[in-house]
Write a protein that binds this ligand. Structure first.
Ligand SMILES: Cc1ncc(COP(=O)(O)O)c(C=O)c1O
Length: 649
């Protein structure tokens, strides 16, 4: 009996999606990608769904009459019980259904697909019972063409051999894809012998490729069992930690994967709980400029631990770190240490308000400045005059004072200063935006911000939590030659330990308690272990002036490889050791152009890289980071895997 994979054509098929949240959005995008005719039923929907072209919408609760005429159903409400009920109804009516996150209630898994032109292969429920398989086959009959049905039958017969002989799931997918392509090209399903030959020839190519090019990167060859332990840990984590993670992006939610639980890191590599070694291009979201566990830093930290973990009293090390910061970033004449980037930004904003006696702050759509209430704000529908909370739990009142402008759009900033003369305390900006993917400032943009804030009596805050010590020792302000009034730091300044810092001219920073009236404090601020890691890291950077050119050269190689392989399909933004591959052919210069990227393709590419031992950010809207621990071979490896991805997709 054949039940894996199933080939279906989605083009023009009527697909009902029940639900209007983030998961529904994700499914709808995939369905649309393959030309499905999508109807959404939900009392509420995300604005992004309404913006999708060619999606119909019924604003109501689901009832069984909605199933009339539908050929596929995706139950994507946030109520698992309702999804299960929809799934049962579909079974009664013999309509293939996908109930999100409930494998046993699915008759097909989506979007776990192979694609070839209009044809998509939907996988059965992970090879569940033969009864499920039989049901699935029957349920799918209406959407299978004879050619695809026969191909699926033959594939079903040969599947045990593919599973046995080809380790990695991504490689198995590739074999199925080739067989499917052959069937479509010739109009005939390949014979079993022919399929066997295709498997053998793939194996041959694959083993030489892995041996010659993976070097010592030992990707485990256990296919879809690569993350068994991570899955178990994730399930356990979800019992006591929201979503199983302590920071949302780690959940791999947008990538449709299970997060890898990391056991150790060394240099450019990390190893997960299943023993998979991966080349890491996340580097703790930029903190690891020297890679994992740099010897010098670890030794200093070990020694510091022996002297005491925390005192809640001043130490000489704090003086040394403040001096190093001021020397590297001269605009930070006086600085205060805190324990995270969020705290640094929150405190800098408070200081700016205290110093100017004004309340309003201008921030840019798509820039992230940590999760404090006043900064979790997005543009409202009348973008210039309203802004709204970007998180539940943030009172509407808090957003009144945060004004939203568009990155690289001088007019949007100018208009705010016209609308609110003498009310704006500060403009805060990531001088190179890295939280909508990497977006570079257009020539003159930062200079303009400097000029308009000065002219209007407002302060300019550069949030250099990412760019600080990454673009140059003096951060983006050194790189671009624009000096802000206040700067915030995080990540590298702590050398892998939790530190944030904010600082600026003495007259501004002396607003901060105990000298001035702006209150800010912290039990673990200036923690001696974290400060030790920071000092050693900044010292290593000071001793190695060539590092920034080296990092930039390495990162540029990735940019060129991707650009060459992908042709016009993507836009690669790169500066120094920061890089983003946007799945859009247009230039990405602001939030809107970044948001137009194809996040489904990004997720697909992310999964491919992960399956090939390359660990990158699981979201289109995060940066990729290169560290000094990445060797030429590491860079060659990511270039090759990217190239293969674009060749195959
Ligand atoms: C530019 C920027 N500012 C602030 C923050 C918040 O830092 P943290 O996560 O340490 O609170 C981040 C985090 O990624 C960031 O990228």
């Amino acid at each position: 009996m054949s039940y894996f994979p199933m080939f279906i054509e989605l083009n023009g098929r009527r697909c009902l999606v029940v639900g209007g949240g983030g998961i529904a959005l994700h499914k709808i995008r995939v369905l649309k990608e393959f030309g499905a005719d999508v109807l959404v039923v939900s009392p509420t929907v995300l604005p992004e769904i309404l913006e999708l072209k060619g999606v119909s919408y019924r604003r109501k609760s689901f009832d069984r009459s909605d199933l009339a005429g539908q050929e596929l159903v995706v139950a994507a409400t946030d109520d698992a019980e309702q999804n299960r009920r929809i799934s049962e109804l579909c079974r009664e009516k013999h309509i293939p259904v996908n109930a999100v996150d409930q494998i046993k209630d699915c008759s097909f898994i989506f979007p776990a697909y192979l694609k070839e032109g209009e044809v998509v292969a939907a996988f059965s429920s992970g090879g569940q019972s033969p009864a499920t398989a039989q049901y699935l086959k029957e349920a799918m009959r209406q959407v299978l063409t004879p050619l695809l049905s026969e191909t699926a039958d033959r594939l079903g017969k040969i599947r045990p051999r593919v599973r046995e002989e080809i380790g990695r799931q991504s490689d198995r997918k590739e074999v199925y894809r080739r067989i499917l392509r052959r069937a479509l090209e010739s109009g005939e399903p390949p014979s079993e012998d022919e399929m066997a030959r295709m498997i053998a020839s793939y194996q041959k190519q694959d083993s030489s490729r892995v041996l010659s090019e993976q070097g010592n990167n030992r990707i485990k060859q256990s296919g879809d069992r690569m993350d068994v332990k991570s899955r178990e840990l994730f399930e356990a984590a979800k019992r006591h930690i929201p979503g199983g993670v302590n920071s949302p992006v780690r959940a791999f939610q947008n990538a449709g994967r299970t997060p890898r639980f990391i056991v150790s890191g060394n240099g450019s590599r990390i190893t997960d709980a299943d023993g998979n070694e991966m080349i890491d291009y996340v580097c703790s979201w930029g903190a690891g400029i020297f890679g994992h566990a740099p010897k010098r830093v670890v030794e200093k930290v070990q020694a510091a631990c022996g002297r005491g973990l925390t005192f809640g009293a001043p130490t000489e090390h704090e003086v040394v770190l403040a001096e190093l910061i001021a020397e590297s970033v001269p605009s930070m004449e006086v600085s205060r240490l805190v324990s995270s980037g969020t705290e640094a930004v929150m405190s800098a904003v408070r200081t700016a308000r205290g110093y100017t006696g004004r309340d309003k702050i201008v921030k840019f759509q798509g820039c992230y400045h940590g999760h404090s209430d006043g900064l979790l704000v997005k543009a409202g529908s009348a973008a210039l005059t309203t802004s709204v909370p970007d998180s539940a739990g943030v009172p509407w009142d808090y957003t009144r004072h945060t004004l939203i402008a568009q990155y690289n759009d001088k007019d949007s900033v100018e208009e705010l200063f016209v609308l609110y003369p003498n009310e704006i305390a500060a403009v805060i900006v990531e001088p190179v935006a890295a939280n909508m993917g990497v977006v570079l400032p257009e020539p003159g943009f930062l200079e303009f911000l400097r000029e308009i804030t000065k002219r209007s009596g407002a302060l300019l805050i550069f949030d250099e939590v990412i760019t600080g010590f990454r673009l140059a020792r003096g951060g983006a302000q050194e790189y671009y030659g624009v000096t802000p009034d206040l700067t915030t730091l995080g990540k590298i300044v702590g050398g892998g330990m939790p530190i944030g810092a904010y600082g600026g001219r003495r007259e501004i920073m002396e607003m901060v308690s105990p000298v001035g009236p702006v209150y800010q404090a912290g039990t673990l601020s200036g923690n001696p272990i974290a400060v030790t890691a920071g000092i050693e890291t900044l010292t290593m950077l000071k001793e190695d002036p060539g590092i920034y050119q080296r990092l930039s050269d390495q990162t540029e190689k990735i940019k060129h490889a991707v650009t060459d392989a992908a042709g016009g399909q993507v836009c690669v933004n790169q500066i120094g050791s920061l890089l983003s591959v946007f799945f859009t052919s247009a230039r990405v210069t602001d939030y809107k152009s970044a948001a137009a990227s194809d996040t489904v393709r990004y997720a697909d590419c992310f999964g491919y890289l992960l399956d090939h031992g390359i660990y990158t950010a699981p979201s289109q809207f995060e940066a990729m980071f290169v560290s000094d621990a990445h060797s030429q071979e590491d860079i060659a490896c990511i270039c090759r895997v990217f190239s293969e991805y674009f060749l195959e997709n």
